[in-house]
Design a binder for this molecule. Structure first.
Ligand SMILES: [Zn+2]
Length: 124
């Protein structure tokens, strides 16, 4: 990437604005300058290339995922514990069946959570 002189940056930005471009609140992930919407495309006038912000959002979502999974697993384990207590305390067949089904669903959530963890680790 060729470093631009500050005056050139300002000039380019005003050119884009004059041409009907719109300055956005998002900034370029590469150089930190404000992004512009030009003909429906998001561009950085400094890097002089289109910027796909969606990719950025996916990445921040990815960073958040392990935290979300950990809290989900915590809740699921708590529920399984509660239901295990309930299962131990009942002889009612319907309640046993219902509780077992709920535990089964929770275990499926745990298993999937683990699978997602492994799958996302592999792509890193
Ligand atoms: Zn840039």
């Amino acid at each position: 990437m060729v470093a631009l002189h500050k005056d050139d940056v300002v000039r380019r930005m005003s050119e884009v604005l004059k041409a009907g471009g719109k300055m956005l609140s998002q900034t370029c992930p590469v150089c930190g300058n404000p992004l512009f919407e030009i003909k429906g495309e998001m561009r950085c006038v400094v890097c002089d290339k289109p910027v796909v912000v969606i990719r950025d959002q996916v990445e921040s979502g990815k960073a958040l995922l392990p935290i979300v999974l950990t809290s989900l697993e915590g809740v699921v384990v708590e529920k399984i514990d509660e239901l295990t207590g309930r299962l131990a305390g009942t002889v009612d067949l319907d309640e046993i069946e219902e509780t077992a089904r709920a535990i089964d669903s929770l275990l499926t959530v745990l298993k999937k959570s683990e699978e997602i963890r492994i799958a996302t680790k592999q792509t890193e």
